[in-house]
Design a protein around this ligand. Structure first.
Ligand SMILES: [Zn+2]
Length: 200
């Protein structure tokens, strides 16, 4: 059965495999991408997913098209039955080409680390090079949420979870403010991993 694996699962700690270019359009990779999109759609608060999160240790992540919708940007949740106009974006063998020196502490959660949230210092702008579903190489620059997603998802492909470098990790919802004020790097969160419990 298709599920989102949780943080104890070793697949989340493996370095995901690069996909040979000629295999990008293979039935197997097509199925993985289809399953990732299907799974992402079942998560109302999910904005992106990496292949290891469905148990597939390959270098792919998918960003939900809904983040580009005006209605979602206003409410951060879409009313039931809303049709999303923007297709999901698929990044195969992504490589971060550039990260801005400007960083911000951003609130962050993860479909595989429920129900925890924390603050992670992320670059405000990022550029990624990747292949699309047809095997074509492209480059995409982003700021704001999409830049944040690029960093969280490429971490997944390298076996890194946000709790590895987050502070103030605690269960719950996203606090009101989008991001904490910019500060110099601070020590890691004092929360011990052994005390962290997941809900799902
Ligand atoms: Zn995640």
């Amino acid at each position: 059965m298709l599920t989102i694996v949780q943080k104890e699962n070793p697949v989340l700690r493996a370095i995901a495999k690069e996909i040979p270019i000629q295999e990008i359009t293979s039935a197997h990779i097509k199925r993985v991408i289809r399953d990732m999109k299907k799974m992402l759609k079942t998560q109302p608060d999910g904005v992106a997913i990496a292949a290891p999160q469905i148990g597939e240790s390959v270098r792919i992540f998918v960003v939900s098209g809904k983040i580009f919708e005006e209605s979602w940007q206003k409410e951060l949740v879409l009313p039931e039955g809303t049709a999303v106009q923007t297709p999901d974006l698929t990044f195969i063998n992504p490589r971060i080409l550039k990260l801005s020196k400007t960083k911000k502490w951003m609130h962050e959660g993860c479909l595989s680390v429920r129900p925890l949230w924390g603050e992670v210092e992320r670059s405000t702008n990022a550029t990624v090079e990747a292949y699309d579903e047809t095997g074509k190489k492209f480059t995409r620059g982003a700021g704001g949420l999409l830049a944040h997603i690029f960093q969280h998802e490429t971490d997944h492909l390298d076996g890194v979870l946000f709790i590895d470098h987050a502070r103030n990790v605690a269960p719950g919802q996203v606090p009101e403010q989008a991001a904490a004020p910019k500060k110099s790097r601070e020590p890691k969160s004092p929360v011990k991993k052994s005390t962290i419990k997941t809900k799902k």
